[in-house]
Design a protein around this ligand. Structure first.
Ligand code: AMP
Length: 114
């Protein structure tokens, strides 16, 4: 079943957001509550609830999301400085929206995470 969530509404442009890139497979838009000067979310257009739902059939989407993140970092010139990519999973991982998403964070020196 393909349930609507806030991200599907953004993908379908049913609600306002700052989309910076979109193709047939993924959409990238600015995070509404940025945790760093650059904070972009990259999501699959088709709902996948979390990274736990990645399987043999759909695993290429992770590569597409990561490649999109790298392309954005190059385009907006923070590729050389560096950046962080994060995927939260479920409650303990801090995932609040049940639609797989990759956080692309940059624009400052980020605190050591692990
Ligand atoms: P997570 O905690 O990993 O599930 O991340 C969800 C992210 O979605 C958070 O960083 C929120 O700030 C962001 N977010 C929630 N609603 C919106 C929205 N309408 N537009 C853009 N980002 C959003």
């Amino acid at each position: 079943m393909n349930c609507e969530n806030i991200f599907t509404k953004i993908i379908k442009k049913k609600i306002k957001s700052k989309i910076i890139y979109q193709n047939k497979k993924v959409t990238a838009f600015e995070d509404a509550n940025p945790k760093s000067p650059i904070h972009i979310l990259i999501v699959p257009n088709k709902i996948i609830k979390s990274i736990n739902k990645i399987n043999k059939k759909n695993k290429n989407i992770i590569g597409t999301m990561a490649y999109t993140a790298i392309k954005i970092a190059k385009k907006f010139n923070f590729y050389k400085q560096g950046y962080r990519i994060v995927i939260n999973c479920n409650k303990y991982g801090g995932q609040t929206i049940p639609h797989l998403h990759m956080h692309l964070l940059g624009g400052k020196i980020l605190g050591k995470f692990c």
